[in-house]
Design a binder for this molecule. Sequence first.
Ligand code: LLP
Length: 431
Amino acid sequence: PRGARRDEQGRIVVAGATLPEVAEEHGTPVYVIDEGDFRSRAREFKESFPGWEIYYAGKALLTRTVARWAAEEGLNLDVTTMGEMRIALAGGMPAARLGFHGNNKSEEEIAFALEQGVGRIIVDSFDEIARLERACADGGHRANVLVRVTTGVEAHTHEYIATAHEDQKFGLSIMGGQALTALVRCHSSQYLDLRGIHSHIGSQIFETLGFEVAIRRTMKLASQFRTATGVELPELDLGGGFGIAYTGVDTPQPTSTLAAAFEEMVDHECRAFGLARPHLSIEPGRAICGPSGVAVYRVGTVKTVELEGGRSRVYISVDGGMSDNIRPALYAAEYSAALANRTSDAEPVLSRVVGKHCEGGDILIRDVFLPADVTIGDLIAVPGSGAYARSMASNYNQIPKPPVVSARDGVTSVMLRRETLDDLMRLDVGQ
Ligand code: LLP
C-alpha cells in the first residue's frame, strides 16, 4: 500500500500498523487491508472518470466493511452471486447500485435480485433472458439489462483470465451475430428495459489497445442496433481488468492517464459512428483493492537445495500457501516478498517462498531474492494480496482461511475473522 514504510527497528508499517504487531494480535497468515489506500484508489477512479459510473468488482475482495467503503466513496458494485449480493446489501450498498453478473444465474438469484431492486442485470445468454422474463412476469417486476458481448479481442494476459475471445463461456458473440439478436430480443421484451452493451475483455491488462478495439466493436454493434431498431442505446459498460504492479516488471498507468485514454477512444468511436456519447461505466476490482492489501506469513522452515552448476536455492516455507493465494498456481502469477519484521545486511540469495500444503506446486513466489539469514519465526509480507487472494481461498488440506483485517491510523480491526478448525469440523456431519 501507499505510504508503507519501515520504522526505526526495520519493521514494515502499513497504515500506521506495524506488521509484526498485527501478526502478534491476529496470528498468521493474515491479510491486512489499508483502508485509506482502498478509499484513495476508489476516489481516484471517481475523480479521473467524471460522469462515469464506477462499479467496484466485488469478486476481487468483498466483505461488509469493503461494501460500505465502496458505498461511501460513491462507487457502485459488481456482484455475481447470491452470496456477493447478500454481503453487499448487508454492508449498506443500496440495491439500486448493484450490477448483477454471471453466466448461470439461478432462478433463485434472479428472483432475489428483482425483489431487492438491483440496478441492472447483465445478461449473458438467451436462456438467461428467458429466465429473467419469467421471473419478471411471476414477480411483477421490470429489469434494466445490459447484454454482455464478446468482442473477439485477444487481451494480452493469461489465457484463463482473458474473456473477450470467442471460444469461452462468457457473453454473446458480436461476430457470430448473437449479440445483435440478443439486443433486439431484449429491446422488444415487455419486461426488460434494455440499457446497453457490456464488454469485459480480461484482467491484469496494461495496454489500452484491447480496450480500443472493444470500444470500436461495441460502438459498431450499437450503430447496427440503431439501424435495426431506430433506437440509440443509452449505456456502455467497458468492464474491468486494469492491471496493477505485483513486481517491478509490471507497469500500470496512473488512473488519470487511463481515463484520458478511455475518454479519447470513446469520443473517437462515437464520432466515427455518429452516435451520441452513451452513459459510461467500468468495473475495476483488482486496481482498487489489490495494492491496498498485503498478506503476512510466518516462516516455519528453511531449506537449501543444491542446483546444477554449483548454484543453490533456498526454500522458505510459510504457514499458508495455495489455499490463501491460488493465483501463482492457477495463473503463474508473480509476486514480490519482503522481510517484514526486520531488515538484514545478509547477502540476498535466490529463494522460493512455498506454502505448507501437500503439493509440489504450492509455490507462492517462484524466484525472489531474500536475505540469506531468513529464519524460523521471521515474517514475510507479500504486497498486492488485496485482490483475488482471500476471495479465491479454499480449505485445501483442511486449512482454515486466514482473517482479513483493515488498518487505519495504526488501528486494525477484523473484517473477516479467521476460520477455526471448529468451523471446519461443524461442516463435516457424516457418521
Ligand atoms: N467485470 C467483470 C465482468 C469481470 O468478470 C471481472 C473479473 C471484473 C469486472 C474485474 O476485473 P479486475 O478489474 O479485477 O481485473 N481471478 C482472476 C481474475 C479473473 C477475474 C474475473 N472477472 C485473478 O486472480 O487474476
